[in-house]
Design a protein. Structure first.
Lengths: 329, 289
């Protein structure tokens, strides 16, 4: 798009024929280019440096125990040198799956409405609402979850499930409080909603209008057009948006920590408490230096988080970059 | 004939049904914002006293006695300000380099990919990373450490937001400047920066808002103290952690103050968000349309 060749180069300006004022400006340009280039390498290096730093700190625990014991072990007793991440990894997975499950259907519908149906006025009203939703700090989401969602789960959803959904797997009510995976999932769902809605919306905008017009012209309703013409075009992008939302949910710390109960157990129901990995790291940073291998184990937990999220993110970003570029092509 | 009529009816009912579902979803998303704000205001306002914003914790504050969270408010402002300034120092060159030098080349795509990936790394991981570095160089929890880690959290947010607006700059402006003999550096500094100033300001304030609300990254790195911070090398309180710690208290008075602290944090974040919108529309007057 923009030019990739410099218009003037040192070779053709430093010669005797050209104006004297140009050369210093070219030199300034090239000096700036070098400095900018070095600064721009920072983000690329940062990813590598963060990974290596965590790997170095986690090395002792990786040496002391086989990886499968760490990842699938279910007993967590640092003082007795037992470091099984199993319950925490499962807790994170449960909360993430519930959060994404709650978020995706309404977010998709809302994004489709914004892209395909909504008036310009609805769009211009929705954008600041989503921006504000994204701007609210995690800890405030946590306060909201504590004051509104935990009681809602405890007083409304759990009794309902107990009354009507007794035998259904994953929905058993085993504990009296609302500090649960479901509460964490609902809070996460609202937190990732602005991201998922805006990414899906952008993807829908990449589909050329001709396709819609062709479908409408042969008599399809708008929903038929969306289902049969637009959706098949954007499916990879939607999957990528969902994965992006999931990776966001996977690493969310404070908001989840406040509402999820933090009981290190292998959950069996969405009404159970859980203890996600980020909460484990955040809750124990204080006393981790006093027990051998404990700090290494926590940094190992951070490394697990990082690796999973890197994989999720790289995959979804590659898909989205490819899809969104089509708009400018 | 009857078949056809039925089909006609079904697809139109489906249209209506889906449209209604979509409207409900959208209203639901908007309503959740209302619910969050209402909850925080309704529960925070009763405990929000003048002392809360003008005093630091006194003896027995964490058992429900006198004091406020001024230490955390000041600490958070310092942290977010420092983090934002530091992040800006790197973000602006990166965003300009992406636009004027890399454009949409292969390298540009790689840099954008790595920024997107950095953006997705959770702040607890940045916190843990900062902590490992602090141990390695023997640094203790301090305002400076908090600022550096916040800058890492804010950097990708800021660059991505800047890149979003800068790449939307009309190509003719850049081409006109180049045609007149400007170097790319001059285009970056004199054309892109000025024309895109509203977007750049919005990006900076967006990152500031994100930084001031982030708890997981400063938990390891900035520490917590009841005094107002006076030195870069000292630990500092921060508002998100003040909320977090007070919520965990067994005393109802302290929990109430936690809600009030959450309200203060929400007000600051909303003010930044609205402020950036207002500022951007003001600055927009001075750009070429």
């Amino acid at each position: 798009m923009s030019q990739s060749e410099p218009i003037l180069t040192l070779e053709n300006t430093e010669g005797r024929t050209t104006r004297p004022s140009v050369a210093p400006r070219i030199r300034q340009d090239q000096r700036a280019q070098r400095i900018f280039f070095v600064i721009t390498l920072l983000p690329v290096f940062l990813i590598v440096v963060v990974t290596i730093a965590l790997l170095v700190r986690a090395w002792p625990i990786l040496q002391a125990f086989p990886l499968t014991d760490l990842l699938f072990g279910t007993v967590w007793k640092p003082s007795e040198k037992m470091f099984g991440f199993g319950p925490f990894i499962l807790g994170t997975l449960w909360v993430t799956v519930v959060g994404v499950g709650v978020a995706v259907p309404p977010c998709l519908l809302a994004a489709i409405y914004l892209a395909e149906y909504a008036h310009a006025s609805t769009r211009s009203f929705t954008k600041p609402v989503l921006d504000l939703l994204a701007a609210i700090p995690p800890v405030v989401y946590g306060v909201w979850g504590l004051l509104a969602i935990v009681p809602f789960v405890e007083d409304v959803l759990a009794p309902l499930a107990k009354r009507w959904l007794g035998g259904v797997p994953f929905l058993a009510v085993n504990q009296p409080t609302g500090f649960s995976i479901l509460a964490g999932g609902i809070v996460l769902a609202v937190m990732i909603a602005p991201l998922v809605i805006s990414v899906v919306y952008e993807i829908f905008l990449t589909v050329p209008n001709d396709l819609r017009h062709a479908s409408l012209a042969v008599g399809s309703t708008q929903w038929q057009t969306i289902r049969n013409v637009v959706l098949p075009q954007v499916t990879p992008g939607i999957v990528a948006a969902v994965v992006l939302g999931a990776s966001r949910a996977f690493g969310e710390t404070i908001a989840v920590l406040i509402v999820v109960g933090n009981v290190p157990q292998v959950p069996t129901s969405i009404f159970d408490s859980a203890y996600p990995l980020p909460a484990l790291i955040a809750n124990n940073y204080g006393d981790m230096m006093s027990i051998p291998l404990y700090d290494s184990a926590l940094m190992g937990a951070a490394l697990v988080l990082l690796v999973v999220i890197l994989i999720f993110n790289i995959l979804s970003t590659l898909v989205l970059q490819r899809m969104l570029r089509r708009k400018w092509a | 004939m009857g078949m056809k009529k039925n089909y006609w009816r079904r697809r139109h009912l489906m249209e209506l049904f889906m449209k209604t579902l979509m409207r409900i979803s959208l209203v639901g998303a908007a309503a959740s914002l209302g619910l969050i704000l209402w909850t925080v205001v309704a529960r925070g306002l009763p405990a929000l006293t003048w002392d809360m914003v003008t005093q630091s914790p006194k003896g027995g504050f964490y058992m429900g006695k006198e004091g406020g969270v001024l230490n955390a408010i000041i600490g958070s402002l310092y942290l977010a300000l420092g983090g934002t300034l530091l992040a800006m120092l790197f973000s602006l060159p990166i965003a300009l380099y992406l636009k004027t030098y890399l454009g949409s080349s292969k390298w540009g795509q790689y840099v954008r990919l790595s920024l997107d990936v950095l953006w997705g790394i959770p702040s607890i991981v940045y916190g843990a990373f900062g902590f490992t570095i602090m141990i390695a160089i023997g640094m203790r929890a301090s305002l400076l450490a908090g600022i550096i880690v916040l800058a890492l959290v804010e950097l990708p947010i800021m660059v991505r937001a800047m890149d979003e607006v800068i790449r939307r700059m009309p190509a003719d402006l850049e081409q006109a400047a180049l045609a007149l003999g400007s170097t790319r550096f001059e285009v970056a500094m004199r054309v892109v920066t000025r024309q895109m100033l509203p977007g750049i300001v919005t990006a900076i304030l967006l990152a500031f808002g994100r930084g001031i609300g982030d708890a997981a990254s400063v938990l390891f790195t900035a520490g917590y103290t009841d005094r107002i911070v006076t030195s870069l090398m000292r630990p500092t309180a921060s508002l998100p952690l003040a909320v977090f710690f007070q919520l965990g208290s067994p005393f109802p008075e302290v929990q109430q103050r936690g809600y009030a602290s959450a309200l203060i944090l929400t007000i600051i974040v909303l003010a930044v968000s609205f402020g950036s919108r207002w500022l951007a529309s003001r600055l927009n007057k001075y750009t070429i349309k």
